[in-house]
Design a protein around this ligand. Structure first.
Ligand code: HEC
Length: 246
């Protein structure tokens, strides 16, 4: 076989196996239904992201003022509740800036072993269910450098960012051998409250990965209405044209 064909086959095999790895989680994912039309939920998600995630993760394909516009926030609200990043002079960046942060990849690599990735497109790369389950699956694990592990992302390099809200979970084995996570030290939120907070966060990142979905749904309804009216008109027109033919 020619070397080029061999290389091609090798590339195909690598591609197929790597996508299978990415698609095949070892734990079953909890499914989540987010409503990106619920602006209040998106606003809560945005606030959580700004307070608990932006220090490490950027959303650098998005601008603050676009988020403000889409989520119905005034410019002052954007400045007060979303912008914590400062520029070289120590001033808060302006609302027209991209949502990047001050952490350089080199610093991230050194501090965590792997730099925190940009999350703008996360729900498209993983999925909403994956993110929802991931953020609810941190548990204590003394064998890890940060004392924490994740059931969905084994040996993750990220600390549990929301431990104050969720509390701490530990891995427990049931009598029938099934492994589950149990809260052993409660946080400031109850289980259902925490799940709702995570749903808001997932909704926000789902909007982030595809901001036009807000418009698309609205335009979709108008398009359907237009087609409906057009069908009626076309039908009447057809009746008019054919009425003398028979
Ligand atoms: C202290 C820094 C830090 C904070 C705060 C933080 N993360 Fe992370 N995050 C990381 C690091 C480092 C990684 C890379 C981990 C790895 O690959 O092992 C990561 C990875 C991730 C991943 C996996 C990305 C992928 O596909 O590989 C997701 C999702 C994520 N973080 C979401 C969040 C969310 C949501 C928040 C806020 C609630 C948050 N992170 C807060 C440091 C942080």
């Amino acid at each position: 076989m020619k070397p080029s064909i061999l290389l091609f086959l090798l590339a195909v095999v690598t591609l197929v196996t790597s996508s299978v790895q990415a698609a095949g989680p070892s734990v079953s994912l909890d499914s989540v239904k987010v409503d990106v039309d619920d602006r209040i939920s998106l606003q809560r998600g945005a606030r959580l992201f700004a307070n608990y995630c932006m220090g490490c993760h950027s959303l650098e394909y998005m601008r603050y003022n676009r988020v403000g516009r889409d989520l119905g926030l005034t410019e002052n609200q954007v400045i007060e509740s979303l912008i914590f990043t400062t520029d070289e002079d120590g001033e808060l960046v302006n609302p027209g800036s991209l949502m990047s942060n001050a952490m350089t990849p080199a610093y991230g690599d050194e501090a965590f072993g792997r730099a925190p990735p940009d999350l703008t497109l996360l729900t498209r790369v993983r999925s909403e269910d994956w993110l929802y389950t991931f953020l609810r699956s941190f548990y204590r694990d003394e064998s890890r450098p940060l004392g924490v592990n994740n059931a969905v992302f084994e040996n993750v390099g990220m600390p549990h960012p929301l431990w104050e809200l969720q509390g701490w979970q530990e891995k427990r084995e049931d009598a029938d051998g099934a492994v589950r996570l149990q809260v052993v030290e409660p946080g400031t939120m109850s289980g259902p409250e925490y799940d709702r907070a995570i749903r808001d966060l997932v909704a926000f990142l789902s909007y982030m990965a595809e901001p036009t979905q807000l418009d698309r749904q609205r335009i979709g309804i108008f398009a359907m209405l237009f087609l409906l009216i057009f069908v009626v008109l076309a039908y009447l027109l057809k009746k008019e044209y054919w009425k003398d033919v028979h």
